[in-house]
Design a protein around this ligand. Structure first.
Ligand code: FAD
Length: 494
């Protein structure tokens, strides 16, 4: 019997997840990766974004766990942390610090380089997969470009030519696959783009030993959302700031913004940290020891290559991860979307023998449905900015509406989540890509919870206090199961 071969282009998160799936369905799976892959959790040239925090959403964590059983245990054993954000993170929202409270969502925290190292370890346990490092992919070979009989037949690389029954493009944002296909007569897929000029700036720190932190430092993760105050304030009040815990007693201090110039030198970074509106952020960073230079990234635009819209998609080729759809990283959707695409491939391969046009059409339709969920979430906020560019720029009236409504709705959801478990769980599902924004928007129980909270707020009858002063340390009081003291009227901002 003939040997079946799948070739995966790129050995990062998307490529490794795809390889894990393909190992069950092909005799050999060859991953071609330009970098030499480090044995441990280290940065490498091909993934510069690893210097910034990477939040693994729960749908992605589950998808990776399905592809690589034991992934989460291995990540925790290697130093990753299992945390409950509503208890372990301090959130400074529009009205100040949110109350600390038990919630439905737990998350796994670690550095991006550790996630990748654990994935590589898992891949290396699978004998069908061979990772060829230091190999640059330079082209595709295909026949019958753009016709129903056309197909991708193999891959050109610095290592020579490899014939393949299936090629998976996981080359990231910079993938040249479309250029290579066009040279062979395939139509380029339409691209949806929206660049909301998001910039990330990050620096790595060692935390002080636990016994040298003040008692008020109960939190593991600090998040400060941008102010919605329209008056005069320093640029730093517009930042989304994260003190993001990672393995090894370290944290990544990261500030991000839509459209604001961000610091890229150590001294300007430290100054900016001190000007973030919740002063605990600067105090925490000052108590830590910096261990890296400042890393700045601007390549953050949303970009979706719509292969599903082609009359004749290339048979023999699947694109996963950033190569097909890259997102503004604020919403932490990239790795999870990549893993979810790999799982769709798994489901499709399990049910089919022939890798024919019908197979690829169906894969693209199902992948489109899956990508719609994170894409809509990214658009909801990014379309509000007048300086955003790309094919998805909204008409002026919609930009104004989004600018006016998106933060107030977000704030109302966060506030209502404090005392309405249904609202809290629904929003956690949407954030984790387990439910779509559309489903949430059409859910009467969800909106009932928001309106009920708003009414209670107006009447001074909310239960859990919130909006604690952002110039103070975040309060560590656990408000789980808190009941409203009798006779007390207005508890908001108590
Ligand atoms: C600042 C920032 C923060 C982010 N934060 C998050 C987050 O919180 N959560 C989240 O889920 N996602 C986040 N992301 C997105 C996430 O990094 C990507 O979605 C994820 O890495 C999936 O990437 P990928 O495997 O498709 O591509 P990449 O990780 O970009 O990998 C592409 C791979 O292809 C290799 N390669 C490239 N060209 C060639 C070639 N010609 N030949 C051979 N090999 C090649 C590269 O070396 C690399 O290994 C963030 C992104 C950025 C920029």
């Amino acid at each position: 019997m003939e040997t079946t071969t799948a070739v995966v282009l790129g050995g990062s998160v998307a490529g490794l997840c795809a390889a894990g799936v393909l190992a069950k369905h092909f005799d050999e799976v060859i991953v071609l990766e330009r970098d030499e892959l480090p044995p441990d959790a280290e940065h490498r040239r091909g993934v510069p974004q690893s210097k910034h925090p990477h939040f693994l959403l729960n749908s992605g964590r589950r998808a990776i766990g399905e592809i690589f059983p034991g992934f989460e245990d291995a990540l925790i054993a290697a130093g990753g942390m299992h945390l409950m954000p509503s208890m372990d993170a301090a959130y400074c929202e529009n009205d100040g610090w949110a109350p600390r409270k038990s919630g439905s969502m737990t998350m796994v925290y670690s550095s991006r380089v550790l996630i990748e190292r654990v994935l590589r370890d898992k891949v290396r346990e699978l004998p069908a997969i061979e990772i060829r490092e230091g190999v640059t992919v330079t082209g595709l070979r295909s026949s019958g470009g753009g016709t129903a009989r056309g197909r991708v037949e193999g891959v050109e690389s610095s290592d020579g030519y490899l014939a393949a029954d299936l090629v998976v493009d996981a080359l990231g944002r910079g993938s040249s696959v479309i250029d290579w296909l066009s040279a062979d007569g395939w139509s380029a897929p339409p691209e949806k783009t929206l660049d909301a000029k998001v910039t990330y700036t990050s620096r790595w720190y060692d935390l002080p030993p636990a016994d040298r932190r003040p008692e008020s430092w109960w939190w593991k993760h600090l998040v400060i959302t941008p102010t919605q105050d329209t008056g005069d304030h320093p640029d730093e009040h517009e930042f989304l700031s994260n003190f993001f815990p990672i393995e090894g007693g370290r944290a990544i201090v990261c500030m991000g913004s839509w459209g604001v110039q961000m610091p890229r030198k150590a001294d300007t970074f430290e100054d900016a940290v001190d000007r973030v509106r919740a002063t605990a952020f600067g105090r925490a960073a000052r108590a830590c020891t910096p261990t890296s230079e400042v890393h700045l990234t601007r390549a953050t635009g949303n970009k979706w290559r719509r292969f599903d819209l082609l009359d004749v998609p290339p048979v023999g080729l699947v694109c996963v991860g950033d190569s097909i759809c890259a997102f503004n990283p604020f919403y932490a959707q990239g790795m999870s979307s990549a893993a979810r695409s790999a799982l769709i491939l798994e489901e499709m391969l399990r049910g089919r023998d022939a890798l024919d046009l019908a197979f690829f059409r169906e894969f693209l339709a199902r992948q489109k449905q899956s990508l719609d969920v994170p894409w809509m979430l990214a658009m909801a906020r990014d379309q509000a900015y007048d300086f955003a560019t790309g094919s998805e720029v909204a008409p002026a009236w919609r930009r104004r509406l989004a600018a006016r409504l998106s933060w107030p709705i977000f704030n109302a959801i966060n506030a209502a989540s404090r005392e309405d478990a249904y609202v809290e769980q629904t929003f956690a599902q949407v954030f984790n890509l387990d439910r779509s924004l559309r489903e949430m928007a059409a859910d009467p129980r969800f909106w009932f919870g928001i309106v009920r909270y708003k009414v209670r707020q107006k009447l001074g009858r909310t239960v859990v206090p919130g909006g604690f002063d952002d110039r103070q340390d975040p309060p560590g009081t656990d408000f789980t199961g808190y009941t409203r003291p009798a006779g007390r009227a207005d508890l908001v901002g108590a």
